[in-house]
Design a protein around this ligand. Sequence first.
Ligand SMILES: Nc1ncnc2c1ncn2[C@@H]1O[C@H](COP(=O)(O)OP(=O)(O)OP(=O)(O)O)[C@@H](O)[C@H]1O
Ligand SMILES: [Mg+2]
Length: 237
Amino acid sequence: MLTAQDIDVRFGGLTAVNDVSFQAPADQILSIIGPNGAGKTTLFAVLSGFQKPTRGEVHLDGHLLSESPAHLVSRQGIARTFQVVRPFPDMTVLDNVMVGAFARTQNFETARDIANRVLHKVGLQGKLSFLAAYLTLPDLKLLEVAKALATQPKYLLLDEVMAGLNLREQHSVASMLEGIHADGIGILLVEHSLAIVARMSDRVICLDSGKKIAEGTASEVLASKVVQAAYMGIDHG
Ligand SMILES: Nc1ncnc2c1ncn2[C@@H]1O[C@H](COP(=O)(O)OP(=O)(O)OP(=O)(O)O)[C@@H](O)[C@H]1O
Ligand SMILES: [Mg+2]
């Protein structure tokens, strides 16, 4: 169980995350939606140890995470992808993913086996020796997922991995992610594509200006008038 309790993140005068609490069981897919600037990426940064919260705590299976730096949080089992893809462009696809695997092993052969396995899982097994610089955007997104998976996480935090993909590509990535989830990895999803949110989520949280304004099933949250007003610009007057 991943738990966020009373999380605040302040940047000077700006409150990017404002008193957010939730629980994410590993057997569910939890989506976090909200307009641009709502605080979604900042919340992921807190959960993954990249950003220390101004207030509040994150626990994984009862262990406090929010005092630990990112590399220790990663070792505890939280992996994130970055909204803006960050490959090592001059390295091969396989080597990029091995970097992730070295988070948990010092052994070259073991790291290569892990990398091969996750590249197969995300569907990049045919491109192992390509330089990352030559991948298309959809493949770069898959590489981000593979790098995160190679750290062998309990939870995968996916920040807009489908942005820039067409609907067919989005659904194909969704199927792949559902397979990963079925292997027992908890998924937290930040996505603007509401079709994908509706398809994949067991629960949905909506943030607006850092605050949690709704939580429930996808159909409950997407039907909520406050969510529609904040997120979709639908004004019910
Ligand atoms: N390091 C930082 N320093 C100062 N302000 C920041 C920093 N990171 C984020 N912010 C601000 O915090 C707010 C939340 O940003 P965040 O990136 O978390 O939003 P988001 O929900 O991920 O948006 P998007 O949908 O555009 O990705 C924004 O107003 C942003 O400008
Ligand atoms: Mg973001």
